[in-house]
Design a protein around this ligand. Structure first.
Ligand SMILES: *Cc1c(COP(=O)(O)O)cnc(C)c1O
Length: 442
């Protein structure tokens, strides 16, 4: 199996040189598990930085300075240390709740580089975001335009808005993570977008600044994104003929990553080539039709910045070989990593130490009382009880989708930086979980 960058098997100096151990940067998975216990989310700081640079450098190379703003999609992984790392690299942020805005601010991110997406923004969330002077609201419906206009008016403000347009292109990904088709709940239908813009410019407490879309996640081919771009460009041309000029075009997130699942048979698009294609298209259009007026490009990557930078470490509790199936019961479960149960997602499994034991086929399952509680199926692995395994590519939509189902405290998170290990979220305790609950009076 191919390991993500900064994950590597090698011998530990001064130890048995025939024993290959999984390293995350300079630290072994075994040492992490022993130091912080399991289940444990671990991330490579160098991988986060490299992933961000892939976007920033491609944008700089193709568009020049300030041609683009990379707004990290906070919901992929919202740990403060990770947000802070991206803020230090100059990132903006894409948020989907008031809580995520509080996280961005707590992590030292700038509200002026933050955009607010999501179909169900409450009045309170709008007020908070307006107080903080965020860059813009990605508005998803006509009703939301009216609510935002009213809330901004009551505060004596004008809200910057971008309309999320649903370009009706098929991203060819899992239905649960496809968002740009007509039947999805997201955005304003392409045919209704012009009318929605006319309505938006009429509302006195709004300032129309942009257009955005987000067609889905884990896209393994960038052609649907370029198709969406073409549709947005044609709409911008129509708008400009009506005197509505936009400052930015936001293509959303969605670039897929390699989960190491060879069966998928497709290689993910390299960030650089995707951005090159976008900038080439924009450049040609700008020169030909938009009078050379610069329009800023925004991207909202989540998974492609953090997914392959993280892994979930877990320890094998019991082996339960059977007539038709062999189960390895581990201490991580669907509450820690939802993706397999929710999307039948495939995560690579790498043992902390490569063993000489004869491999067998195992289903890797957790302790939760649900048959849906599995993490991997039918994997050829050499495992023994007590072994530590790494579920790879778990940096995105891992910790953020975790829950306390079965009263399981959530995992700790550690950032590896060279040979240093930094605890960035301590393990939850059952006391944390019980603290908000009350008994009834007599
Ligand atoms: C989830 C989301 C993203 C990030 O998507 P990835 O596939 O993780 O890159 C970006 N924009 C919006 C509006 C989202 O909901």
């Amino acid at each position: 199996m191919k390991l993500p960058p900064f994950f590597e098997y090698r011998a530990v100096p001064g130890q048995n040189q025939s024993q290959q151990e999984l390293h995350i940067e300079e630290v072994t998975a075994l040492r992490l598990a022993e130091s912080f216990s399991t289940p444990l989310y671990v991330y490579s700081r160098a991988a986060l930085i490299d992933n961000f640079h892939a976007y920033a450098e491609a944008a700089q190379l193709r568009g020049g300075p300030n041609a683009a703003l990379i707004c990290y999609a906070v919901k992929a992984n919202s740990n403060l240390a990770i947000l802070n790392q991206f803020a230090r690299l100059g990132a903006g942020f894409d948020i989907v709740s008031g809580g995520e805005l509080q996280r961005v601010l707590a992590a030292g991110g700038q509200a002026s580089k933050t955009i607010f997406s999501g179909v169900g923004k409450s009045r309170e969330e709008m007020r908070f975001a307006l107080e903080q002077n965020i860059l813009c609201f990605n508005v998803e419906s006509i009703s939301e335009l009216h609510r935002l206009n009213e809330v901004a008016g009551a505060m004596g403000k004008r809200a910057a808005v971008s309309l999320r347009v649903n370009p009706d292109v098929d991203p060819k990904t899992h239905p649960y993570i496809s968002t740009g088709l007509k039947e999805n709940k997201f955005g304003v239908a392409f045919e209704d977008a012009l009318q929605a813009y006319r309505e938006a410019v009429r509302l006195p407490h709004l300032r129309v600044t942009g257009i955005d879309c987000h067609i889905g996640s884990q896209l393994l081919d960038d052609s649907p994104l370029l198709e969406a771009l073409d549709k947005l460009i044609s709409l911008i041309d129509t708008l400009s003929r009506e005197g509505i000029t936009l400052e930015h075009l936001d293509l959303g997130g969605g670039i897929g990553i390699a989960y190491g699942d060879e069966e998928s048979g497709v290689t993910p698009v390299a960030v650089g080539s995707y951005l090159a294609r976008v900038f080439a298209r924009i450049g040609a259009w700008r020169a030909a039709q938009y009078g050379g007026t610069p329009i800023k490009l925004l991207f909202e990557p989540g998974r492609s910045l953090v997914g392959n930078a993280g892994a979930l470490l877990t320890r094998v509790e019991y082996l339960k070989p059977g007539a038709s199936k062999n189960f390895a019961i581990v201490d991580a479960a669907m509450n820690d990593l939802m993706r397999p149960a929710m999307y039948e997602a495939w995560h690579g499994i790498a043992p902390a130490v490569l063993s000489e034991v004869v491999p067998k086929h195992w289903d890797i399952v957790g302790p939760v009382c649900e048959s849906g509680d599995w993490l991997a199926r039918d994997r050829s692995l050499a495992v023994s009880e007590g072994d530590v395994l790494a579920l790879l590519s778990a940096g995105a939509y891992g910790m953020t989708m975790s829950s306390n189902y079965n009263t399981r405290p959530r995992a700790a998170e550690v950032m590896v930086d060279g040979d240093a290990m930094h605890l960035i979220r301590s393990r939850e305790t059952v006391e944390h979980l019980l603290s908000g609950e009350q008994l009834l009076p007599d």
